[in-house]
Design a protein around this ligand. Structure first.
Ligand SMILES: [Zn+2]
Length: 93
């Protein structure tokens, strides 16, 4: 468990990645990535770093989910109701 989180921290310190990219890199389920992210956010905070979220964006109308605090991808766009939502990406800085 700790190892996966450490690997995620290493990856996200190197480059910005979405949950699906992390899941492919570490060979874990995308769902599992989301369960680790809140722990990673807390653990990097103790090192004076931040887990930054590049917000999800609606691929149809361009709406950006700026206010979203959760790590998962939103189900649909509140503006145009489309379900083509780009995944958020994460980076540690
Ligand atoms: Zn939209």
């Amino acid at each position: 468990m700790e190892t996966i989180r450490q690997q995620m921290i290493d990856l996200l310190s190197e480059e910005e990645m979405s949950a699906i990219e992390i899941s492919q890199e570490l060979r874990i389920a995308e769902k599992e990535v989301y369960t680790h992210l809140p722990h990673i956010a807390r653990s990097v905070a103790t090192q004076g770093k931040k887990l930054l979220i590049q917000p999800s964006r609606c691929l149809k109308c361009g709406y950006v989910f700026k206010e979203r605090k959760r790590f998962t991808r939103p189900g649909h766009c509140p503006k145009c109701k489309a379900t083509f939502i780009q995944r958020p990406a994460y980076r540690i800085s």
